[in-house]
Design a protein around this ligand. Structure first.
Ligand code: DGJ
Length: 736
């Protein structure tokens, strides 16, 4: 009668605690969660439960009151009224699919346990493997599907989602991110009502400018940061995606996530397998912040490239000089960032091109040779200057692109994305084109761009990898006419294949995923990238909002956040340096300006911020995030904090988001501390004439989490230095 198999990921092996070899009821168990599946042979795979970890007694009796009783991977065809995760046209034209479980297996791989439920179509030799990966110590379950065609001829995949999750109907709220260029990661929170909510991307390349491929579901009504049950879902895919919640007349909100199948039907020849990207699921009973912490820990440890290596503090040249690059200016910027305590200088766009120099954005992409008119001593000269200043050097490239005005395009127009019989559609600068990463020759070219750079100049420490165009016309000059629908998917297969080669050859170089700002913030690219550029908008006030949204799914270590000039180059807002620094310090700190344009006072504030950031870097970059008060709630201030896993050190950030006379603001209770520990308060980045009243004082974690501390509404500075901004960064160190 006992047919329960509990699979707990251990470093060594999955433990079958009880149950039969056929594993009919499978309990995927993480430290705090359980996902229960019914994998009875001869039946479709069903999902019964996802939520808090189940006790033995609840598990035993779950079948009498499951949270769900749906197919775990619904397929299209029989009773075709509902949405499906998979839709196939079989070799003989039959559009129906009907699945049955044929077996369950587990495999230990790279310290994780992968449980695979093998299924097949009842009448056709098409195999499906639904996989669930659990890693010891992480409350995240990754799921994906392998579809293998053993039929006599080719089959067509019309829809091929990575996963499906039924969520019990109720007062369920969806949190998702929307935006646009320079306005990334705005937050929407809405109750799920009847009908379909769809979140999609069709850019072709950049997939996090507008909507995001990640969502959270708050199961207990309006989302709360530190209370309530939350399911988080992140599709790990760099290309077009579709997330969909169908709330129908049943007891369920049906959630689907996967590659966007629109104009992407995929043909599988006999013997071929299609593997979907992973969908990472998490569950927390500690609110949205709890789900974020689960994603952050899992992401840093298992997915983000070099996720546990502290990131350097850098100066990037873009907003400082734009295309006006030359040796003296670069040397000046290197001296300046070094003198302020920075550790890395990154030379942005404008350094390359021989026949066509890159002076504005309308030429030269693809011609990755140093423009010696601007840099007579080449990259080596710059590397030497960096060395002399005791800092590292990084460089900008945009390897997936070309311009019609370039030597590359003159030689290889066939490398670009282009539809037959149409005029080529051009992007940025009126000349930019996208190279066709589906083409193995282009994959080689892109690999060689990076490989040549790193082989010639092994001291390059950092690459900013940009991508400033979408797919602008549906046409691959490489794919055959009957496989043009593979373009969007094969582009990313080629992209990932190339990144694999690059990382195998150059594992240590730090690479930033930039795509017209925040267009590539997705767990599908981060295995090869160390961080992403959050936005081309560096306005500190707007960054409070954007970084808040970003932090739902991505850890601070990956979120590049720079102090830029005032007035800001995007919003033209004037924000004091102190506030700009306090915002940038809550992510991966950098600078994005010409330091020469700063006065001594602002320079000193930046130098102080860099010094202070070095002290809190491990807490911000590796700590646990507790979001406290959302800027989106419009309460006049926003606040969050990072706490070490040992809870012996923490950093509290507070930013005023609105200013009115005689404004009343609530005091923000802290979170994540140990109630029984005592913490000493030190203000960082302090510019006040007098210290805060609680400077150097100690408080219990219990007091701080119940009451917080009083934040003055202004900086306590000389009258003429007053501004309408205020912010505080407090360090809380355990006193033993
Ligand atoms: C877009 C990026 O987002 C910017 O930071 C900068 O690198 C420019 N491209 C350079 O062209």
């Amino acid at each position: 009668m006992n047919r329960i198999t509990t699979l707990i990921a251990t470093a060594a092996a999955a433990i079958a605690l009880t149950g039969s070899a056929s594993g009919e009821i499978i309990n995927l168990s993480t430290p705090g969660t359980s996902m229960v599946l019914d994998a009875t042979e001869g039946q479709p795979l069903r999902i019964l439960y996802y939520g808090d970890k189940l006790s033995a007694v609840d598990l035993e009796n779950l079948e009498a009151s499951p949270l769900a009783h749906h197919e775990a991977y619904p397929v299209y065809g029989i009773y075709p009224q509902g949405e499906a995760a998979l839709s196939v046209t079989h070799a003989d034209g039959n559009r129906t699919t009907q699945t049955e479980v044929t077996g369950v297996s587990t495999e230990e791989k790279d310290g994780a346990t992968v449980t695979t439920i093998a299924m097949r179509d009842k009448a056709y030799p098409m195999e499906l493997k639904v996989n669930y990966k659990v890693r010891p110590g992480y409350d995240v379950i990754e799921t994906w599907v392998d579809i293998t065609n053993n039929e006599k001829g080719a089959i067509t995949l019309n829809r091929f989602m990575s996963g499906y999750l039924p969520i019990r109907y109720g007062d369920v709220w969806l949190s998702s991110l929307y935006g646009s260029w320079a306005n990334e990661c705005e937050l929407t929170e809405e109750p799920l009502t009847h009908g379909v909510k769809m979140i999609k991307n069709k850019d072709g390349l950049r997939n996090s400018h507008t909507a995001h491929g990640e969502v959270m579901f708050s199961l207990d009504g309006k989302p709360q940061e530190n209370n309530g049950r939350v399911i988080g879902a992140a599709l790990c895919y760099p290309g077009n995606y579709k997330l969909m919640v169908d709330t129908d007349d049943s007891d369920t909100h049906h959630f689907f996530a996967g590659i966007n199948e629109e104009n992407s039907e995929y043909h599988l020849k006999k013997g071929e397998t299609f593997t979907t990207p992973e969908l990472a699921l998490t569950y927390s009973n500690e609110g949205l912040s709890g789900a974020s912490r689960n994603f952050h820990k899992w992401g840093r440890d298992t997915r983000l490239h070099a996720g546990n290596k502290e990131r350097k503090i850098l100066l990037n040249s873009w907003e400082g000089v734009y295309f006006d690059i030359n040796e003296d200016v670069m040397a000046g910027m290197m001296e300046d960032i070094a003198s302020m305590g920075g550790e890395l200088f990154v030379m942005d766009d404008g350094w390359f091109g021989d026949k066509y120099p890159r002076n504005v954005d309308n030429s030269s992409l693809g011609d990755w040779v140093v423009d010696t008119r601007k840099l007579p001593h080449g990259i080596n000269g710059l590397l030497e200057t960096a060395k002399k200043n005791g800092i590292k050097f990084g460089i900008w490239i945009e390897p997936e692109m070309t311009n019609t005005t370039s030597e590359l395009y003159e030689k290889h127009p066939e490398y670009t994305i282009k539809a037959p019989n149409r005029d080529v559609v051009k992007g940025r600068g009126g000349t930019q084109l996208v190279l066709d990463m589906a083409n193995p020759k282009v994959q080689d070219l892109v690999f060689t761009i990076v490989d040549t750079l790193m082989t010639k100049y092994p001291e390059i420490d950092y690459i900013k990898w940009d991508a400033n165009a979408p797919v602008m016309e549906h046409g691959s000059q490489y794919l055959t006419s009957d496989n043009q629908s593979h373009l969007y998917i094969d582009y990313h297969k080629g992209f990932v294949k190339t990144l694999d080669r690059i990382r195998a050859a150059h594992p240590d170089v730090t690479i930033q995923a930039c795509a017209s700002g925040g267009g590539r913030a997705n767990w599908g690219v981060l295995p090869w990238f160390d961080e992403f550029w959050t936005s081309d908008n560096n306005d500190a006030l707007q960054r409070v909002y954007m970084q808040w949204g970003t932090s739902y799914f991505f850890p601070a270590i990956a979120m590049a956040s720079h102090i830029s000039a005032s007035p800001n180059h995007q919003t033209f807002r004037r924000i004091p340096t102190k506030f700009r620094a306090d915002v940038a310090m809550s992510g991966r700190l950098g600078l994005e300006m010409q330091p020469k344009d700063m006065n001594d006072e602002d320079r000193a504030i930046c130098a102080q911020a860099i010094e202070d950031y070095k002290k809190i870097r491990p807490i911000v970059q590796m700590g646990d995030l507790y979001r406290l008060q959302s800027p989106f709630d419009k309460k006049g201030a926003a606040s969050l904090m990072y706490v070490t896993p040992e809870k012996d050190d923490a950093v509290f950030f507070w930013w005023k988001t609105e200013t009115f006379m005689n404004q009343q603001l609530a005091r923000v209770p802290m979170a994540g501390l140990d109630p029984d520990k005592t913490y000493m308060v030190t203000e960082l980045n302090c510019i006040d004439n007098d210290p805060l009243p609680y400077e150097g004082k100690t408080y219990s974690g219990k007091f701080l989490m119940a009451n917080g501390l009083e934040m003055p509404l202004t900086y306590k500075v000389d009258y003429h230095k007053n501004t309408d901004f205020a912010s505080r960064v407090l360090r809380l160190t355990e006193v033993k």
